[in-house]
Ligand binder design. Structure first.
Ligand code: FHN
Length: 456
């Protein structure tokens, strides 16, 4: 299978974000992320930082088309735009949305089983269709044969499963009359006709307030589609404030930000959102979450069977956590309300590993090792080492470790204790004889009497 090269980190990932308002990082040439300052309140971020792992769900009318239009099969959630489907034609999908096999508890159960702690659902993607009973538009689930409010059912199920419910919501809206710009290919068939994006804002704000006040304890508002020139920095600030006022403790990502060449001094957002990539050195000093697909598509594509393997996905989770970030792993449910078989398989495979090793992911912070032959995470007086290539001779260096561990054990086999040794220079290392406890990634646990120190 061709290994994928992750797409180069998008603008979201490399923005210089500062955790402390006094700390301002500057991007290149005063561009869209010239100064991005975050004001996350530690208390509202606590559960999110503990979680480290969440499920992303891209579901909507596009799922009915399953990536195919007029014989082409490489579409997904962008299909209306990319296949130039006229709005009236696309709107007829409303009459076909009837996910009779939708079982919110099954979805929540698969997320929980995978070791995930939160679920982020597309309440509205760029096509404008709302998966919730939105009192501000008929272009929503209320108008479908299914009628039931997906967000109500999923929120109840995630609550029963002990997971946090989070909402994705697109700023960009290819359906709402007042949203501009129009798609360039539909300018003739869908004239601007006096529309003005300022008239779209009450709808957007009202929808967001509804989502934040009518569905229980929502953890995150995950905005997207903020890159078109009509969306300004001030609109972004206003949208962020709408969230803050509607639910003061809700976490908001960095995608309310308008990409206008703003010289503003304050930018909204509690965490950065690298997409389809894990930043090489993480994003030190800020909260961040990498969102990544299992195959190549966010929305369901019946022809895309090129799914990452369970070992690859576990590697991504370890890589993200070892750099102090969260992983938001995507599933594109099918039109009938079920997950693709490959997604079910990958979630189950990750869950099997997380059952044994989840403590080395949840509630951890980044590795203390500047460079090391393996990833690691830190958790108070503990260091977790992730060993994928188990050494034949059992030798594992601990480069720079200054604090002597009180005990060394294997997460999968707590009674096995690799021995600690020190060479002539005083450098510490381990000798872990015997077979690797896990075929994919073995976790070695170092426990200390105090927070460990690792030097350069
Ligand atoms: O255009 C969207 C895309 O469809 C998908 O939702 C991703 C997920 O983060 N966000 C945008 C692309 O950056």
């Amino acid at each position: 299978m061709k290994r994928r090269n992750f797409v180069a980190a998008g603008a979201y990932g490399l923005g210089a974000m500062a955790l402390n308002p006094l700390l301002r990082m500057h991007g290149e040439g005063g561009g869209m992320w010239a100064t991005t300052v975050f004001h996350p309140a530690a208390e509202r971020m606590a559960w999110w930082r503990e979680a480290r792992f969440g499920l992303f769900l891209h579901w909507g009318l596009y799922s009915i088309l399953a990536g195919e239009w007029m014989g082409r099969t490489d579409y997904a959630e962008w299909i209306r735009n990319n296949a130039h489907i006229p709005i009236d034609t696309y709107d007829r999908l409303v009459g076909r949305f009837n996910p009779v096999k939708f079982d919110a508890d099954a979805w929540a159960g698969m997320a929980k089983g995978a070791g995930m702690k939160y679920v982020t659902l597309t309440t509205k993607h760029h096509d404008g269709f709302c998966l919730f009973d939105n009192p501000l538009t008929d272009f929503c689930v209320r108008s479908t044969p299914f009628r039931r409010d997906i967000c109500t059912e999923l929120n109840a199920a995630t609550e029963r499963a002990g997971l946090r419910q989070c909402w994705y919501h697109s700023v960009m809206d290819w359906h709402h009359f007042e949203y501009l710009p129009r798609r360039d290919w539909e300018a003739e068939t869908r004239a601007v006709g006096g529309a003005h994006i300022a008239n779209y804002l009450p709808y957007l704000h009202g929808s967001v307030r509804h989502l934040l006040t009518k569905y229980g304890d929502i953890g995150v508002m995950w905005f997207d589609g903020n890159w078109e020139g009509t969306w300004t920095h001030d609109m972004g600030m206003e949208l962020y404030d709408v969230c803050r006022q509607a639910k003061p403790d809700v976490i908001v990502n960095n995608r309310t930000e308008g990409w206008s060449q703003s010289v503003a001094t304050r930018h909204p957002g509690d965490f950065s959102t690298p997409e389809q990539t894990i930043p090489a050195t993480g994003l030190p000093g800020v909260d961040w979450e990498s969102c990544i697909t299992m195959n190549h598509n966010w929305g369901y594509n019946a022809h895309d069977h090129d799914f990452k393997s369970v070992p690859e996905l576990i590697g991504m989770l370890v890589d993200t956590a070892s750099k102090g970030g969260n992983l938001l792993l995507n599933v594109g449910p099918m039109a009938d309300g079920t997950f693709p078989a490959e997604s079910v398989d990958r979630l189950a495979g990750m869950g099997k590993w997380m059952q044994v090793n989840g403590d080395a992911i949840h509630g951890t912070t980044a590795s203390l090792f500047a460079k090391s032959p393996f990833r690691s995470t830190t958790k108070g007086n503990r260091i977790n080492l992730f060993v994928t290539d188990w050494p034949a001779d059992g030798a594992l260096p601990l480069p720079g470790l200054r604090t002597r561990p009180r005990s060394v054990s294997l997460a999968a086999q707590p009674d096995r204790h690799p021995t600690l040794n020190t060479d002539a220079t005083g450098a510490m290392g381990l000798t872990a004889l015997g077979a690797a406890p896990d075929p994919v990634c073995s976790v070695i646990v170092l426990d200390f009497d105090r927070p460990p120190v690792v030097g350069a």
